[in-house]
Design a protein around this ligand. Structure first.
Ligand code: FES
Length: 176
């Protein structure tokens, strides 16, 4: 028995008076708010930690190939840091003119092809065409330009200038 106005314990725990019932629901509300605040506090700590371990990795001057590996008008597919999900194409537009684009079409990810004689990059799947100067869409269904990377030539070596990507594991570099 409770010593508070002779109210039995079961009644104190399960009040039937409206005013007390309201107090219980407020107490429940405070519990929910406290739980929610706890989750927010957890997220505040967890998200920066998650981002720290999944931060973007930046590669500078990634070696692609030697200049004599491509004739004018040719292209070469390569992968940065072994990431085969993202093929890139190096194209040699003139003796001293090199460009690098993502090789996946921005429509449905088909592999695009450099057409030197027509001064185009073509997607054979649905006849999308891109400008090899800047990757802009010239014609067809692709919704966006081909992403382009900067190229640096040092003596007889071709490098991708700077490349940032999100990756969990570090793979051995692979060119192909
Ligand atoms: S996938 Fe390239 S135009 Fe459709």
């Amino acid at each position: 028995m409770s010593d508070n106005n002779n109210i039995p314990d079961w009644k104190a725990d399960f009040p039937i008076k409206k005013r007390e019932a309201g107090y219980v629901s407020r107490r429940e509300f405070v519990k929910v708010v406290t739980l929610f605040s706890g989750l927010l506090a957890f997220a505040n700590v967890f998200i920066p930690v998650f981002n720290y371990f999944h931060k973007k990795k930046v590669i500078k001057d990634y070696f692609v190939c030697f200049t004599d590996e491509l004739e004018v008008g040719q292209q070469k597919t390569f992968y940065i840091d072994g990431d085969h999900r993202n093929p890139y194409m190096l194209i040699r537009m003139a003796k001293d003119k090199w460009k690098v684009f993502e090789q996946k079409c921005t429509h449905l990810s088909c592999g695009v092809i450099y057409k030197h004689d027509e001064n185009l990059i073509e997607c054979p799947c649905h006849h999308g065409f891109f400008d090899p100067e800047n990757g802009e869409v010239l014609q067809g269904p692709p919704p966006r330009p081909l992403p382009q990377l900067g190229v640096v030539v040092k003596e007889n070596r071709i490098y991708v200038e700077e490349y940032a990507y999100q990756k969990k594991k570090h793979h051995k570099a692979h060119h192909g």
